[in-house]
Design a protein around this ligand. Sequence first.
Ligand code: AMP
Length: 193
Amino acid sequence: MSVRLVLFGPPGAGKGTQAARLSERLCVPAISTGDIFRANIAGGTALGRQVVQYTSRGALVPDELTDDLVRDRLAQPDAADGFLLDGYPRNLAQVRSLDAMLVDAGTSLDAVVEITADADAVVDRLLKRATIEGRADDTEDVIRHRLDVYAEQTAPIAKVYADRGALVRVDGIGDVDEVTERLLHAIAPAAAR
Ligand code: AMP
């Protein structure tokens, strides 16, 4: 299927889990900027060394680095017929950069999906994930900071996409399978266009 999607939502809303499931169901690659940064940090690459100072404290990585990474990734052959961007764009400047990338590629987004979850639920989930996955940015202080960054910088992108008629909101609380079905149902009209 050729579908171009953006998935965003507060940390702990289940974005990564759902992105992997949607990627499989829709047969498009899930492109997670967070995963790419973590892989680079783990691999000790030059990019990893540049970004760890931001990711470790829950701050956004500078736009130039993030935009370049996404531009390169979207140019890979597997993204030519569709993709699911997980965690990008994350501020208004990145929305504009993505717009420019899509214009250059002669394509456009089919839908932008916001997974919603209230702050108490996400802090609980993230603290649980910390004990399971041991992610360096899942300590309580860093979680709180990531939520603030989300509210200040990322949440405003919803209005931009809503004004364009591209925003779909899906409740991320509940059984994982149920949320996947909700997402597929919400995306279906855009994916069918
Ligand atoms: P995530 O796995 O999506 O929660 O991302 C983990 C961390 O990677 C974030 O807290 C940021 O430090 C960084 N990051 C991921 N995506 C972006 C982005 N689009 N812009 C800037 N920083 C990002």
